[in-house]
Design a protein around this ligand. Structure first.
Ligand SMILES: [Zn+2]
Length: 493
């Protein structure tokens, strides 16, 4: 490197101002160099070699990755297919450098670097000028008398030329030692010039790095791949755990978020709380916690948005599972009900009922809640269209519906424009049954207002509730005297 800098300085000392053409040429060379800059897949081994150092097998044995044994199989497939895709090119070139293409591929370069080239020692042929190559050129004699072998100089038997091994493989310049050098006159001087030029140094360095990497059975690319693979396994394990936390909280209907989102805070909610608890005992989450605390990563997949996304994805998965069950049973019934929520939006709940008959097991009647649809138009037509859209999204056939049940609202049960009438128009087999619970509730509400004695009875009950519930000491007295409790009148229709 030192020599390169000295050499560069001499050049600058000799000619300080560069001509326009030189500058343009340099710019073009720089652009070309950037375009040909080695990529991550630069240092690759031939097909057989790549397979023998199978990354997943090594990682399976790696104690750092013991937590991932369940997923290694699928990773192996990914890795092998990637390596095959890269190495499935024709890579074997002949030993003669005159037959190597100008743009050697990564795999070809790797293959050639692995081979051992012996110095060709023959009776070298004469050129027309009665000059020829000599064995002396293989060595460089220093001023102090020391002799160094020119490991980079390679003779081509087929073409009677010499090449620079590293410039031929790694270079991008138009140096004669890269193209072909068969002018033997003044060769000593040309060799000295070439071996001290910065382009040659660069190529030589690349050659040595690759050779060292191959000798260690691990190219830079391979190491990088292993690192990436390990990272992928880690994040997959993190995802598994985060999904499990999401499932745990959802199944118990627990709130995810707290009043803040800081890790370590007491009010950061159940999701982060469970994460912190697991991180105490689990190596993967502990590692993630360390990375977050050391500010090594900004992506931790614990944010509110990620939580919502995971809930959505899990809900979609569960929905599709239940839907496939309904589709398998073929026939189904629907239960729709509308209620305004706290933000005064009308929401329609959807429930599907289906019957599964499994020979040898029996009959299973299942009723599944599919969530709420926000509806703006609460007329029979609006509600019916909202349901039809949803049914289309689910890919359910309306003609397979065999029953429909709603509350006793006019928009639902209406004989002409209600949802049930519109439904029957499309599918007469979808039998309408008013919701029995709603009907019973209505009967009792009307019954309670039907006669003076009923009104007095329920009135007294209501007064009793008001009397005791308005004062905790009175409530205590009631509890100590009777084993029953008083309830207010329900407003539900
Ligand atoms: Zn060279």
């Amino acid at each position: 490197m030192k020599v390169s800098i000295v050499y560069h300085d001499i050049i600058i000392g000799m000619k300080k101002v560069k001509s326009g053409a030189t500058k343009r040429r340099e710019k073009a060379a720089a652009r070309e160099e950037i375009a040909n800059h080695p990529k991550l897949t630069h240092f690759l081994k031939p097909l057989v070699q790549t397979r023998s150092v199978s990354i997943p097998t090594e990682t399976t044995n790696n104690s750092d990755c013991h937590y991932l044994n369940t997923r290694v199989e699928s990773d192996r497939l990914i890795c092998e297919s990637t390596s095959n895709a890269i190495t499935n090119r024709p890579i074997f070139l002949s030993d003669d450098p005159s037959e190597w293409p100008d743009n050697v591929s990564d795999a070809q370069r790797c293959d050639i670097v692995k081979r051992v080239f012996k110095k060709i020692e023959i009776d070298f042929p004469y050129s027309l000028e009665r000059r020829r190559f000599s064995l002396n050129y293989y060595n460089r004699k220093m001023k102090n008398g020391e002799i160094f072998e020119r490991t980079w100089l390679i003779y081509s038997l087929n073409s009677n030329n010499v090449f620079c091994f590293c410039c031929k493989l790694f270079g991008i310049t138009s140096s004669p030692f890269r193209q072909r050098m068969n002018t033997w006159e003044g060769l000593s001087k040309k060799l000295k010039e070439h071996e001290t030029c910065s382009a040659h140094f660069k190529c030589f360095e690349q050659w040595m790095t690759l050779r060292k990497g191959i000798a260690n059975q691990a190219t830079i690319d391979e190491k990088q791949q292993k690192l990436l693979h390990k990272e992928r396994i880690f994040w997959r394990a993190v995802l598994e755990r985060i999904l499990d936390i999401t499932l745990f909280l959802s199944a118990r209907n627990l709130a995810f978020r707290g009043s803040d989102t800081a890790i370590g805070s007491k009010s950061n909610g159940n999701f982060l709380g469970v994460f912190e608890l697991l991180a105490k005992y689990d190596t993967v989450l502990n590692e993630l916690m360390q990375r977050i605390q050391d500010k090594e990563t900004k992506e931790h997949y614990l944010s509110n948005d990620t939580q919502n996304e995971l809930i959505r994805l899990l809900a979609r998965e569960i929905e599709s599972k239940i839907l496939s069950k309904v589709k398998k049973a073929k026939y189904y019934s629907i239960i729709l009900d509308c209620t305004p929520d706290v933000s005064h939006k009308e929401q329609m709940s959807i429930i599907l009922r289906s019957v599964t008959c499994t020979p040898g097991v029996g009959i299973d009647i299942s009723e599944n809640f599919f969530g709420y649809l926000t509806v703006n138009d609460t007329t029979g037509k609006g509600l019916f269209n909202a349901f039809l859209n949803q049914e289309k999204n689910w890919d359910l056939n309306i003609l397979d519906c065999r029953g429909q049940s709603y509350d006793n609202g006019a928009n639902m049960k209406g004989k002409v424009k209600g949802v049930q009438a519109r439904f029957l128009e499309m599918n007469p087999k979808a039998l309408y049954v008013p919701c029995a619970n709603h009907s019973l509730n209505l009967v009792i509400v009307h019954g309670a207002l039907s006669s003076i004695s009923a009104i007095s009875f329920f009135g007294v009950l209501s007064r009793l509730y008001t009397l005791f519930s308005s004062s905790p000491p009175r409530w205590e007295i009631l509890k100590s005297c009777v084993a029953i409790s008083v309830k207010p009148q329900s407003d539900t229709r």
